[in-house]
Design a binder for this molecule. Structure first.
Ligand code: PMP
Length: 297
């Protein structure tokens, strides 16, 4: 399979990703003043695009960022980008990948006051993103518990998918240092928030449990889907505060995200879980792949 280079759309102009440029005075770069979304595409279709656009609008509203394009215009821009991507691709129908949607406050003076940022920048990148090898998916991830705490509520609400990802980046550096596949972030109270770019679920008996967003978790689109699928599988699905102990003693632990899809967890801070991958992971994974096959291929 020919490896595609990514394509990028910036305020209406499409270029190869490696040629795409934004001005150095864009406040997204200077101050992380912006928001983003990440989603998978299959052919010309974008997975749960309506939910991603809704979450982006909610994030924009929360940071008082006005996006000058409406949903139909953004969907059309994504479609144009995917058409170009597919035309350039050797293997037309099987083309899948990942879309990053970024909205920044735009260009302004060097100071941080956004009052003079008149035109927000909208960026759409279509490229490949693989967060786990097939061996990692088969064996499960090992997790460390990061010393970085996930900010929650006070200041920037964890539900805003902002360009401020330093806590996640620092947690990933710790994971690299610890030679684990990912890092878990706790909140200020020592409760489970999420991983650097995934939500966290545990399975205990017939329960499928994930922390509430108020504990510092992003309102993940995959998280929402997994709660729906779990319900269909007859599991008792709930949002509940979790502590490291709950993960250590769980039957299974599962990570979810648009990039990750579903990834089983093998061990947490050196403690081996009962199952990896477990029966619930397998059932959810199969359900999700079926859904993609039926609705997006
Ligand atoms: N938490 C964080 C911090 C993330 O960056 C992501 C990836 N967007 C997720 C959770 C998972 O969210 P989603 O399923 O919407 O991709």
């Amino acid at each position: 399979v020919k490896q595609m280079s990514g394509l990028c759309w910036i305020n209406g102009n499409i270029t190869a990703t490696q040629d795409a440029r934004i001005p150095v005075l864009d406040h997204g770069l200077l101050y992380g003043d912006g928001i983003f979304e990440g989603m998978r595409f299959y052919g010309l279709q974008t997975f749960r695009i309506d939910r991603h656009l809704k979450r982006m609008r909610d994030s924009a509203q929360a940071i008082q960022l006005s996006i000058t394009y409406d949903d139909a215009q953004i969907q059309d821009a994504i479609y144009q980008l995917l058409r170009k991507h597919q035309n350039a691709s050797a293997e037309k129908m099987g083309q899948t990948g990942y879309i990053r949607l970024i909205a920044t406050r735009g260009v302004g003076p060097l100071g941080l006051n956004p009052a003079q940022c008149k035109n927000p920048t909208l960026i759409i990148i279509a490229d490949q993103l693989e967060l786990a090898s097939s061996a990692q998916r088969a064996n499960g991830f090992s997790l460390c518990i990061s010393s970085i705490r996930r900010p929650q509520g006070s200041g920037l609400d964890a539900r805003v998918k902002s360009l401020n990802y330093l806590h996640s980046v620092l947690a990933r550096i710790e994971a690299n240092h610890n030679q684990t596949d990912e890092a878990l972030l706790l909140n200020q109270h020592g409760q489970i928030a999420e991983c650097s770019a995934e939500n966290v679920f545990i399975v205990r008996d017939n329960n499928l449990i994930t922390p509430p967003t108020t504990d510092g978790a992003l309102a993940g689109i995959t998280r929402e889907l997994v709660l729906e699928m779990g319900q269909k599988l007859g599991l008792n699905c709930k949002e509940q505060t979790l502590y490291p102990y709950d993960l250590y003693s769980a039957d299974e632990c599962i990570l979810t995200g648009s990039g990750a899809k579903l990834i089983p967890v093998r061990d947490i801070a050196g403690r081996r879980l009962k199952y990896s991958p477990g029966p619930v992971y397998k059932a959810l994974h199969e359900e999700m792949e079926n859904m993609i096959r039926l609705q997006y291929r």
